[in-house]
Design a binder for this molecule. Structure first.
Ligand SMILES: C[S@@+](CC[C@H](N)C(=O)[O-])C[C@H]1O[C@@H](n2cnc3c(N)ncnc32)[C@H](O)[C@@H]1O
Length: 323
């Protein structure tokens, strides 16, 4: 799931507020995860907003419906309930015949090769206890941490890959609840005979830090219904089971702030590669915002979910107007 950037040096310079502005402007220059579908660089930069931390701004006018950029996940993982229905790497939907009993499958030899960054380490252990823990507790984010840990062990990712992302503030109870998952993850690697020096990064603090970042930056991936797909069976699937094919964390999309009347949306067509598209005309220097939740809910319901789920009081114009 490259590209994985080693952001730690850049991150440490954020501790100096004077360099923030310069660094944020520089970000647009190396956001190479953005689309290679267009010859021009994506029309965005990351900058500081007045009251919502960092945000993404348009560098030129963007037309309604335009593809702003695409983004590949830093780490993605299928939902456990659908693990035998999608590619284990890119989350593309597969035919049941692609799966041998109880195994995972890949949509292409390219995905199989790309998955080596975590799969070779992961398959040294059976992870039944860890998966059961996630399944019974209804947890999806520890799976992303496990996959990222495998990537760090294989040398494909830095243990600091997510450090640049904003962390959620966690209560003492939330931290206590994470201990079981940490214990299962670490003991899985020990049982797999992974050398001590390769798992030295995997401390309880690292595990909690990753979950704190994933909690407010992960995207739940719902694939758009393809034209070829039977709309009725897809609708039935939505009712019967989890619609999301999985969860993923991206770099650039994580800098998009929320708005209850967004000008941008994030969609997934075929797999976990995200597409950011303009919902209306956007002027140069306007902030691009996506909607994290179901915008059809009323004001109070939206505020409650944003506060409880993401830890912030929404400052968007729609909320300020009381709508
Ligand atoms: C995924 S991050 C977005 C990028 C973030 N601003 C940063 O500096 O990295 C989500 C966080 O941004 C802030 N945020 C996003 N949308 C907001 C809004 N509408 N009102 C207030 N804060 C917001 C909150 O702190 C939230 O937890």
């Amino acid at each position: 799931m490259s590209p994985l950037f080693r952001y730690s040096r850049w991150l440490s310079s954020f501790k100096n507020p004077q360099s923030q502005k310069k660094q944020l402007l520089a970000f647009s220059a190396f956001s190479s995860e953005a689309a290679n579908e267009k010859p021009r660089p994506p029309p965005i930069r990351v900058g500081l907003t007045e009251s919502a931390g960092r945000g993404v701004f348009a560098t030129r006018r963007i037309g309604a419906g335009d593809l702003i950029h695409t983004a590949k996940p830093i780490v993605a993982h299928p939902s456990l309930s659908g693990i035998n229905t999608v590619c284990y790497f890119c989350l593309k939907k597969l035919n049941l015949t692609d799966f041998k009993s109880h195994s995972v499958a890949f949509c292409s030899s390219e995905c199989e090769v790309n998955a080596k960054v975590f799969y070779d380490v992961e398959t040294k252990e059976d992870w039944q206890a860890f998966d059961d823990y996630c399944r019974t507790q209804g947890l999806k984010y520890p799976l992303l941490v496990k996959r990222l840990a495998c990537m760090v062990i294989s040398g494909a990712a830095s243990a600091e890959s997510l450090d640049i992302l904003l962390p959620a503030s966690l209560s003492r109870d939330m931290i206590l609840e994470m201990e079981e998952g940490f214990g299962l993850l670490r003991s899985g690697f020990v049982k797999a005979n992974i050398a001590d020096e390769l798992i030295a990064f995997l401390t309880k603090q690292w595990y909690i830090n990753m979950l704190a970042r994933i909690r407010i930056n992960a995207f739940r991936i719902e694939l758009a219904v393809g034209l070829h797909e039977d709309l009725l069976s897809s609708a039935a699937a939505c009712i019967e089971a989890e619609v999301a094919v999985g969860n993923a964390v991206y770099m650039l999309p994580s800098f998009y702030n929320h708005d209850c009347d967004p000008n941008t949306h994030i969609i997934w067509i075929e797999n976990a590669d995200a597409r950011l598209k303009a919902l209306r005309d956007i002027e140069a220097d306007e902030e691009l915002r996506i909607c994290y939740i179901d915008a059809s809910m009323d004001h109070d319901a939206r505020q409650t979910i944003l506060l409880q789920g993401f830890g912030f009081e929404c400052n968007c114009l729609r909320c300020k107007s009381g709508d």
